[in-house]
Design a protein around this ligand. Structure first.
Ligand code: AHR
Length: 570
């Protein structure tokens, strides 16, 4: 590593911690003790919101090796499977308690006919599919629902808006949700079974799937139809103006949101959506923000070969997720005052595609399109991103990492009978205690790290949005989030310094720290990763030496680490 420890130390000493506090969090820190490099000041009296389980969501698409062979290996496979679904995929998704699973795309969704994936598998048609592939349709709606059930995840369906009429959308809802048996007509006519529920039962599932979360199209500004926000708003209104409801759970519609930080899209979309006074039935706004592996080009750079500058720059641009969230929250607020409720937008943000996206070079094989390796650098990006979601628990209602297996920012890699988890998987597991807890404000005070590539405008979207932000000159020297459940406080912390441990004083306002335990993911070399031959190179370990004193905790966060602490309060 080019940054040497002693120069970093002297930088720390010469920096103003108070100034860093203002720069990073807009707040001041606790009384600062001399031996600490950094401070974390947690404020239980400043609750943000309950952290939704659904921010730890997942995404699988018919793309490269995601469905075939990451998820679906087939019932006759020698690879251990549960009704055709790779058993290790199910096991690992259960380990991270995947709350929600998005399917079938992505761009694939807007050319997919859900009818092709139901009925006897032998009779299903093979068809040309997005991503220059042919899809055998062996994995369809029922297989997906069984996958969700085996995992314990809620299904999140992305509906086709580009190539199917509104009728297919509401009939998909009907097929999924109409109860079995006689259904009251709510008219003078007698009750009778619903035809689509009967078809579903014939196809193997008598009981309804009860899908409440529906994406209405995907990236309609790009692969989903190259629409303007006004054109998409008109389509969204038409598709959602009437849909069948079976009173199980209220349907939650998610509208296509911006590419990265394209505020113009959100502003115009909300003006157009709420320009008509009829109810919008809109639960969420989808956001896709990928961190490119290159400062200069989208979906570029190497997942494994990077230098210190690339490392700091990627994490800096990853931190832009914070700005993307607040920018779009503000844009919705300003554009559609009529949807405000108690001073806040009534629509949640759904970050249903996020992750670090690299160029070619580390894919499992050419046919595993968009598969890539994942290193400790990606683990840190995962920690930074989940912490941002947790800090914005009042705004982010759901999210989905792109994608769970064999694609972009994966938690798992699989090829035939070979399988391993990535460092990102471990971070998802380490963040579990935050679920359902109350997110509270925490001020992190640490000198910022200069971004060596902070002279290049930051890319804030994919190929079809060329928006750029001014260069970002610094990366938070320590970042994280805190949440409370009863007397237990969960604190997750990312130390991005390549060589410097950060000795940190942790204090909780109005409470005393009585005990603490924790887990850490740290590697001397941030290029460290797991692969099929060496699946356990990167794995978490228990944190030792957590001894509170005087109601506070002093802890040294190792360089390039993600830490999860469970702190008992009195
Ligand atoms: O996740 C890969 C692709 O990225 C998705 O299909 C699309 O929605 C996005 O552009």
């Amino acid at each position: 590593m080019s940054k040497n420890s002693s120069s970093r130390r002297s930088f720390l000493k010469s920096s103003s911690l108070a100034a860093a506090a203002v720069a990073l969090n807009g707040s001041t820190s606790i009384a600062q003790s001399k031996q600490a490099d950094a401070y974390i000041d947690i404020m239980p009296s400043e609750p943000i919101a309950t952290i939704s389980d659904e921010i730890y969501g997942h995404f699988i698409e018919h793309l490269g090796g995601v469905i075939y062979d990451g998820v679906w290996v087939g019932e006759g496979s020698k690879i251990a499977n549960v009704n055709g679904v790779r058993k290790s995929f199910i096991d690992m998704m259960r380990e991270v308690q995947a709350p929600v699973l998005r399917w079938p795309g992505g761009c694939f969704a807007d050319s997919y006919d859900w009818h092709d994936g139901i009925g006897p598998r032998a009779k299903r048609p093979a068809r040309a599919a997005f991503w220059h592939q042919q899809d055998s349709n062996q994995y369809g709606l029922h297989e997906f629902m069984h996958t969700c059930k085996a995992i314990g995840a809620k299904p999140y369906l992305a509906a086709n808006l580009r190539t199917e009429p509104a009728r297919d959308f509401y009939e998909e809802i009907e097929y999924c949700n109409a109860p079995s048996g006689d259904i009251p007509s709510h008219s003078a006519a007698p009750a009778m079974p619903n035809a689509l529920a009967t078809q579903r039962a014939t196809n193997g599932d008598k009981e309804p799937f009860n899908v409440d979360l529906w994406g209405v199209g995907n990236e309609s500004w790009g692969c989903g139809g190259n629409m303007t926000p006004e054109e998409y708003a008109a389509e969204f209104r038409r598709y959602t103006a009437w849909t069948p409801s079976y009173d199980k759970e209220k349907l939650r519609f998610v509208a296509v949101g911006p590419n990265g930080d394209d505020i113009d899209w959100t502003t115009r979309l909300f003006k157009a959506l709420y320009g008509n006074p009829e109810g919008r039935n809109l639960w969420g706004l989808s956001i896709h923000y990928y961190t490119s592996g290159s400062a200069k080009k989208f979906a570029d750079g190497d997942a494994l070969k990077f230098n210190d500058e690339d490392y700091y720059d990627l994490l800096t641009r990853g931190g832009l997720m914070d700005k993307v969230i607040t920018d779009h929250w503000t844009a919705m607020t300003n554009a559609a005052p009529s949807m405000m409720s108690k001073g806040q937008p009534s629509v949640k943000l759904v970050v249903d595609e996020w992750g670090a996206w690299y160029g070619k070079g580390t894919e499992l094989a050419p046919e595993y399109n968009l598969s890539q390796q994942s290193t400790m650098r990606d683990a840190l990006l995962t920690g930074i991103t989940l912490d941002i979601f947790q800090r914005h628990a009042d705004k982010v209602g759901a999210a989905a990492v792109a994608q769970s297996i064999n694609c972009i920012h994966s938690l798992m890699l699989a090829q035939g009978d070979k399988f391993c988890v990535t460092p990102t998987y471990h971070v998802f597991k380490m963040y579990l205690p935050h679920r359902g807890a109350q997110s509270v404000r925490a001020a992190f005070t640490a000198p910022a790290i200069p971004n060596p590539l902070g002279t290049t405008p930051a890319q804030v979207g994919g190929a079809s949005y060329i928006g750029q932000l001014p260069p970002i000159k610094t990366l938070a020297g320590l970042s994280g989030s805190a949440s409370i459940k009863g007397k237990t406080l969960t604190l997750t912390v990312v130390n991005p310094h390549l060589t410097d441990a950060m000795t940190t004083e942790i204090a909780v306002r109005g409470a005393s720290v009585t005990a603490a335990k924790g887990t850490v993911l740290a590697e001397k070399d941030v290029h460290a990763h797991n692969d099929f031959a060496n699946p356990d190179v990167v794995k978490p370990s228990a944190v030792s030496g957590l001894t509170p004193a005087g109601g506070k905790l002093m802890h040294t966060f190792p360089p390039a680490s993600v830490t999860s602490l469970e702190i008992t309060l009195a």
